[in-house]
Design a protein around this ligand. Structure first.
Ligand code: HEC
Ligand code: HEC
Length: 517
């Protein structure tokens, strides 16, 4: 495991403090033998993490859970833990190779949480459990990052019961592993965009009621066009002109389909889907729906920590090669990228009004911690706290974000170019948990050939490319930009070879840093 230098702050002593302040044990008595009085020593040495016990408690010899401590949300609510401490605890959970003593496995539930035949296989690459750790897939260039083709996920196969043995697109959508670097700022961008869309919808509704006629308004969020909305005097919504976002107008920045609101919602889904680790906020306290003999597998605090780990990862950065020719090409490529219309979808710059990441997300669907469940959301400043590259400050308490996406779904297929239209199974409501918003119009139409504009701020070292990860070069990915991106694609291939190469060189300079201090 790679531990960023400096994150330990005051070193193992810091961990001792956290633990003494009240990491509590949950679950079966096996695990409860560890008491809060013990010290947890985390030492980074040669890539290994050692968890030892203080002199005042017995040490478990032999088999034991991968995660011996669980975090009580009340410790977070009472303000006793800072972002570094939560980050580190979240990293332990994200990197843990869960075993049966943790509650790994879900013999009686599918990855969607529905009942499943316990005789089905325990591990299977298609329907999952398919892996041992979040970091088993999210590992490039380090924990929390993207993944190789070999760790693709067969999205929606997890909801099948009996499990499917087939990787055929009739059964699931094969997707490549994305990296979470910068995902805290992305979640906050989506929230601010959602606020804007919902404010427009509310203005539209009250105008329609006041005037007694249908009113139509253009939907813009941070300058991105999401079609238009028409509302009748009685409040009925005509959603037919809404574009690239679900009809509830809540921007869902996660999954390449744009289907999940928050890192927390994704974490609750993924913990159950990939590992059979069921969180109490999703599956209830003192229940054992997966019938593995282990209730309370993950606390609310554990899910908060795992979320903060992902949210506070370093933001992707720019890496400039030594060769002057390459540096010149990067500067030219940057200009060309905008000139030929790539930035119409891969929007380069946003201002965030708020520099703070706050947890939980006010748009979380049911089955995930809600804002009302905590006295005060946990927050950290994305321009000063967390690891590695931070967001840049902008005047007026704002921050600058350069993700190269519009967080909108687009169709890149047409008659000639169908590569990105390979999927067949519509991705509707996630895992059967309907969004909690009172404005929900479900199920949402999410056409199989539409995908969120891929963030490009990490494209330089998160290959392979495309939602299935079946493209090995950036040029191949651009080649398959048909449909809505046809014009900019034609412009790209009409350029002299050297100019195309400059754009590629520019994109390669956007990377997740190999190491963070
Ligand atoms: C078997 C491989 C695998 C494992 C294990 C895995 N993931 Fe993922 N993860 C993926 C893939 C593939 C995607 C892209 C899914 C898509 O686009 O539909 C993804 C996407 C995500 C995203 C959304 C990123 C974005 O920008 O859209 C988050 C958040 C995430 N994973 C968190 C987790 C957490 C937390 C765990 C552990 C509980 C985990 N993942 C375990 C493969 C995996
Ligand atoms: C109409 C919107 C749109 C335009 C214009 C557009 N893109 Fe994209 N781009 C997308 C979408 C959507 C994806 C995700 C495709 C998929 O995997 O399904 C994407 C994916 C990519 C990828 C793959 C990234 C990865 O990590 O897999 C690259 C590279 C890329 N675009 C570069 C470009 C370049 C260069 C241009 C200009 C020539 C461009 N795009 C124009 C929408 C657009």
């Amino acid at each position: 495991m790679y531990i960023p230098k400096g994150i330990l702050g005051s070193g193992p002593g810091k961990w001792k403090r956290i633990h003494e302040r009240g990491l509590t044990m949950i679950g079966n008595p096996e695990r409860r033998v560890l008491t809060r009085a013990r010290a947890l020593i985390v030492a980074a040495s040669g890539g290994t993490m050692l968890m030892g016990m203080g002199a005042d408690g017995p040490v478990t010899i032999g088999e034991r859970p991968a995660v011996e401590m669980h975090l009580d949300q009340s410790m977070i609510d009472s303000g006793l833990l800072d972002v570094d401490e939560l980050f580190h605890f979240g990293e332990i959970l994200f990197d843990a190779r869960f075993n049966s003593l943790d509650g790994q496995g879900r013999p009686a539930t599918t990855g969607g949480g529905a009942p499943r035949d316990p005789d089905e296989p325990e591990f299977i690459r298609t329907s999952a459990p398919d892996s041992n750790a979040c970091a088993g897939c999210h590992s490039q260039p380090r924990s929390g990052g993207a993944g190789d083709f070999v760790v693709n996920v067969f999205v929606l196969a997890q909801t099948l019961d009996p499990v499917t043995f087939s990787v055929h697109p009739d059964f699931s959508n094969e997707r490549n592993t994305l990296g979470m670097n910068g995902s805290g700022p992305i979640e906050m961008l989506a929230r601010e965009m959602t606020d804007e869309l919902l404010a427009t919808r509310d203005r539209c509704a009250s105008e329609a009621a006041r005037l007694g006629i249908p009113v139509t308004k253009t939907l813009l969020a941070k300058g991105v066009f999401f079609g238009q909305i028409t509302i009748m005097p009685d409040g009925m919504i005509d959603p037919s002109e809404i574009e690239g976002v679900d009809w509830d107008l809540i921007i869902k920045p996660f999954h390449q389909k744009g289907a999940v609101v928050s890192l927390r919602e994704f974490t609750n889904n993924a913990m159950n889907h990939h590992h059979g680790m069921q969180s109490v906020e999703r599956f209830g306290t003192d229940t054992d729906p997966d019938m593995d003999g282990m209730p309370n597998e993950l606390t609310v605090g554990d899910i908060t920590a795992t979320t903060i780990y992902q949210a506070a990862l370093d933001t992707p950065t720019r890496v400039f090669p030594d060769e002057p020719q390459r540096r010149r090409a990067i500067r030219r490529g940057n200009r060309f990228f905008r000139a030929i219309g790539c930035a119409e979808c891969h929007v380069t710059n946003y201002y965030l009004d708020n520099r703070y990441f706050t947890e939980p997300n006010p748009y979380n669907p049911a089955g995930n911690l809600q804002v009302d469940d905590v006295p005060e959301p946990f927050r950290f400043n994305m321009t000063t706290e967390g690891v590695g590259t931070r967001l840049r400050k902008a005047p007026g308490g704002r921050a600058v974000l350069r993700p190269f996406t519009d967080l909108k779904r687009h169709d890149l297929t047409d008659e000639d170019l169908t590569h990105f239209g390979n999927e067949r199974v519509p991705q509707g409501m996630i895992n059967g948990f309907a969004p909690a918003s009172e404005f929900t119009i479900a199920p949402f139409p999410r056409p199989t050939q539409q995908f969120l504009t891929r963030k490009l701020w990490d494209v330089g070292n998160t290959g392979p490319y495309g939602h299935r990860g079946d493209l090995t070069t950036i040029t191949e990915a651009v080649y398959y930009h048909g449909g809505e991106a046809r014009a900019s694609r034609e412009a790209f291939f009409a350029m002299p070879q050297a100019d195309q190469a400059a754009i590629v060189e520019f994109l390669k300079s956007m990377q997740v840093a190999d190491e963070v201090d």
